[in-house]
Design a protein around this ligand. Structure first.
Ligand SMILES: Cc1cc2nc3c(=O)[nH]c(=O)nc-3n(C[C@H](O)[C@H](O)[C@H](O)COP(=O)(O)O)c2cc1C
Length: 195
């Protein structure tokens, strides 16, 4: 079974992302065709990146915190990034984590679950461009959580629970089906030619 890493890219207090993370992890696990792990960037506090480009020294990290994060990214065959949109972009914590690493993400698929005024679409579109630089395969399909759901969640104390996200399940299923195809195709290709 292939390993999917769900990446919670919001680290702020009172984040909306927690409800999305538990929903996505649960639903992806229920399919039975993925080993699903949750990466919370809060658990990996990193210094602001100020070193040599990690692409020049693949998988060599002086800082144990970076090495620990890199090992978790490396162990995955594909990614679902949970995308909070800040000022029409994605979070600084995510960009910092990306800049600290490189080879671990290469030749693997990535897809997105975003939220906000336009379902995180602007931040997700930026991430698709960044993913190409990492030689990842960014998928066309994503889940977009729109303001009606966020407002309803706010009225219930801030978290998006299972009931609120239920209408998005067909969309998550479609995303997961495409992720399964790409994960399988690229995992086979990586084992065939390891360079
Ligand atoms: C610094 C900041 C900037 C934001 N900018 C946007 C934005 O550009 N577009 C948007 O749709 N929502 C924006 N929001 C609202 C977020 O969508 C909302 O706070 C959401 O809960 C963020 O996800 P999080 O709680 O998991 O961090 C912004 C929120 C913050 C904290």
């Amino acid at each position: 079974m292939h390993r999917i890493l769900v990446v919670n890219s919001s680290t702020r207090q009172g984040r909306f992302s927690d409800g999305v993370a538990s929903w996505a992890v649960q639903r992806l696990k229920e399919r039975g065709d993925f080993l699903v792990d949750l990466l919370d960037l809060r658990d990996h506090p990193l210094p602001l990146f100020d070193g040599a480009p990690p692409a020049y020294h693949p998988r060599e990290y002086a800082d144990e915190n970076v090495a620990r994060l890199a090992r978790r990214i490396d162990a995955a065959d594909g990614y679902v990034v949970l995308v909070a949109e800040y000022n029409h972009g994605y979070t600084a914590a995510l960009k910092n984590a990306l800049d600290h690493t490189f080879a671990e993400w290469q030749r693997k698929p990535v897809t997105f679950i975003g939220w906000g005024n336009v379902g995180g679409a602007r931040a997700i579109e930026q991430l698709r461009e960044v993913a190409v630089e990492f030689e990842m395969a960014p998928l066309r399909h994503a889940v977009h959580i729109l303001p009606d759901v966020m407002r309803a969640a706010r009225d219930r104390g801030g978290q998006a629970d299972e009931t609120l996200l239920a209408p998005l399940e067909p969309r998550l299923e479609l995303l997961a089906n495409h992720l399964a195809w790409w994960t399988d195709a690229l995992a086979s290709a990586r084992t065939r030619e390891d360079h």
